[in-house]
Design a protein around this ligand. Structure first.
Ligand code: MG
Length: 369
C-alpha cells in the first residue's frame, strides 16, 4: 500500500441538545475527517481531537498541524506493508496520539481491504454485535436527568453512564438509583475530585455502580491506587491511561479494576490491542467509551470492542445519540437487545455519504506527495 494524497476535512456537526462534563458544555462536534488515497483504495478515518484542549491536550488545530508537518510526510509516498510500518516511522514524534490514531487506523482499514475482510475480523473480533451504552452529560436539574435516563432506557439502552462533578454527584446518583434500582449504572467524574473528596466517593459504594470512572487527576495513577483500596466499587481509568506503559503501571499498583480503552486516546488500534492484551493477562476487564466520534470512528471502535477482554458493557452509542444525520452509510442503530451491530463488509464496512459530509465541511486541506 502507498498513500499518495490525504485530504484533511474539517467538519462541524450540531449535536442534539448539548453535552456537559466536568470540562464544560458543548453544542457542536468539531472534527477532522481524513481521506486517504492509495492506488487501490480510498479510505476515510476521523480524528477524535476536539475544539478545545479538555479531555486531551490535542485539538483539531494541533492535530492538523502535526499531521501536515510530521506524521503524514513520514508515511506518504513510501511502500507500506500495513499498520506495523506506522510506529517505526512516527515514534520519534512525541505525543499527539489522536493525530497518530487517525493515520494508523487508515492503514488497518487498508490492510483489511487488501485481505477482503472486515476490520473487526482482522483485529480478532468475531462477534456480530457489541454492547452499547449511553453517556449522559451533567444536567441542570435532577428532574432533567431522570427524564433523560428514562428516555434512553425506553430507546433500548441497557447501560447508563452519568457524568458527575462536585455539586452534581451524590444526590443525582441517589435520585437515579431510587427511580431505576436495577439498571446498569456507572459514573464518570472526568478527574473532578481529589483524595480530599474521598468520603463522598466512598459514599457512592452504596449505589451498586458498575464503575466509578476517572475520579481523580487526569494524569494520576498513585492516588487512584490509594482510593481503590478504600472502595468496593471498581475504579475505571480513562484519561490516566494514554498508552500501554501507564496501563502496566496501573495494573502493577492495582489502581483500577477496569480500563476504558479509547483507541484514539492511546494512539490507534495497535496500542489499543496491546492494552487489551495486558489487561487480559492481568485479570482486569476493559470497556470502550466514545469520544463523540462520527460514524467513521464508531465503526473503528465497534470493530475493536468485540475482543474477548471487553467484559464491561461499552458506553458508545448509536449515530442518533448525538447527530441528526451521521456522515456514514449505513448509520449505526441500536438493536432491540441494546447492542450495536459490527459492520461485516470489507474494511470499515461503512462508507462516507459525501453530500452529508460536504454539508458539514468548513475547511479542507489537500496534502499530496
Ligand atoms: Mg471518561
Amino acid at each position: 500500500m502507498k498513500i499518495e494524497r490525504v485530504d484533511l476535512i474539517q467538519i462541524k456537526i450540531p449535536i442534539k441538545g448539548h453535552f456537559e462534563t466536568s470540562y464544560g458544555r458543548q453544542y457542536d462536534a468539531e472534527k477532522l475527517v481524513l481521506k486517504f488515497y492509495s492506488p487501490d483504495f480510498i479510505v476515510h478515518t476521523d480524528c477524535a481531537a476536539g475544539s478545545v484542549p479538555g479531555f486531551s491536550y490535542e485539538t483539531l488545530g494541533t492535530a492538523r498541524e502535526i499531521l501536515k508537518a510530521y506524521i503524514l510526510p513520514a508515511i506518504m509516498g513510501a511502500p507500506l506493508q500495513g499498520p506495523e510500518d506506522f510506529w517505526p516511522r512516527v515514534a520519534r514524534f512525541r505525543g499527539h496520539p489522536m493525530a497518530k490514531a487517525a493515520v494508523e487506523n487508515a492503514l488497518w482499514i487498508m490492510k483489511a481491504l487488501e485481505e477482503d475482510m472486515p476490520l473487526a475480523r482482522l483485529l480478532g473480533n468475531h462477534q456480530d454485535r457489541v454492547t452499547a451504552g449511553v453517556a449522559i452529560g451533567i444536567q441542570d436539574s435532577a428532574e432533567e436527568l431522570l427524564d433523560l435516563v428514562g428516555r434512553y432506557l425506553e430507546l433500548g439502552y441497557r447501560k447508563i453512564k452519568m457524568k458527575i462533578k462536585p455539586g452534581a454527584d451524590l444526590d443525582r446518583v441517589a435520585a437515579v438509583r431510587r427511580s431505576f434500582p436495577d439498571i446498569l449504572l456507572m459514573v464518570d467524574a472526568n478527574n473532578a475530585y481529589t483524595l480530599d473528596d474521598q468520603d463522598m466517593i466512598k459514599a457512592l459504594d452504596e449505589f451498586n455502580l458498575l464503575l466509578i470512572e476517572q475520579p481523580l487527576a487526569y494524569d494520576d495513577i498513585l492516588d487512584h491506587a490509594k482510593l481503590q483500596k478504600e472502595l468496593e466499587t471498581p475504579i475505571g481509568l480513562d484519561e490516566s491511561i494514554p498508552g500501554p506503559y501507564q496501563a502496566r503501571v496501573a495494573l502493577e499498583l492495582q489502581a483500577c479494576r477496569a480500563i476504558n480503552i479509547k483507541q484514539a486516546r492511546v494512539g490507534g488500534l495497535t496500542r489499543a490491542k496491546e492494552i487489551h492484551d495486558l489487561c487480559q493477562a492481568g485479570g482486569v476487564g476493559v470497556w470502550c467509551g466514545g469520544t463523540m466520534e462520527t460514524g467513521l470512528g464508531r465503526a473503528v471502535i465497534t470493530a475493536l470492542s468485540g475482543l474477548p477482554n471487553f467484559t464491561f458493557p461499552n458506553d458508545f452509542s448509536a449515530s442518533d445519540r448525538y447527530f441528526a444525520r451521521d456522515i456514514v452509510d449505513p448509520e449505526f442503530h441500536l438493536n432491540m437487545d441494546g447492542t450495536i451491530s459490527v459492520p461485516q463488509g470489507p474494511g470499515l464496512g461503512v462508507v462516507v455519504n459525501e453530500p452529508v459530509l460536504d454539508g458539514y465541511t468548513v475547511a479542507r486541506d489537500v496534502i499530496r506527495i
